[in-house]
Design a protein around this ligand. Sequence first.
Ligand code: ADE
Length: 236
Amino acid sequence: MRIDILTLFPEMFESPLSYSILSRAQDKAIVDIVLTNIRDFATDSYKKVDDKPYGGGPGMIMMPGPVFDCFEYVQKLSPEKDRVIILTPQGQKFNQEKANQLSKEKRLILIAGKYEGFDERIRIGLDAEQISIGDYVLSGGELAAMVIIDAVVRLLTGVLGDEDSPKDDSFSSGLLEYPQYTRPEVFRDMKVPDILLSGDHKKIAEWRHQQAVERTKKLRPDLLKNENFRSEHAGD
Ligand code: ADE
């Protein structure tokens, strides 16, 4: 997969992309992440990329020219068909299902802008999908882009070893993940449930499923209202 990011702050991405799974995925050439600075496409000597809103009001609005020029330049960097996403709190809410969908694409182009404003012609003219990571306002789309990249890249084949496959993750089955334990068997008077020490794999699988259902009922009953979940888990 190739992921292009258009941003005014490429340096913000350096640290998150340099550690752990995201770093490993790039080293193994499973994903190529390319940052392009929208400011490089400013046309005046002050490198201006935003201006006051027509009609008055606070804040500065991102001008369409540099964003369009940057986008058209980036699009030509690869012949692969792309899926273009603008990060904005006005977008569709990001979730695990969306992460799964995006992980099937060969190329993503993410556009991170200042929150106070994209000139409306950017949204209209680029005809991009708009995604929000939640109902709150960040100062820009950069952190949202990082969240999406992390959630998507860990799903790509070969990024996680078999031993930590994402199939049991919370949400992947519509349920929260079951409780997990490791050594020691007793910690501060809290004991690992006997069933996990029994070696009976069938019983362990049943127990885990039951625990996942109970935990979801208790902590996230809203997930159980989901249609897909109801048909998959009828009778639990
Ligand atoms: N930009 C500002 N707030 C955002 C949010 N909640 N999701 C995506 N992009 C954003």
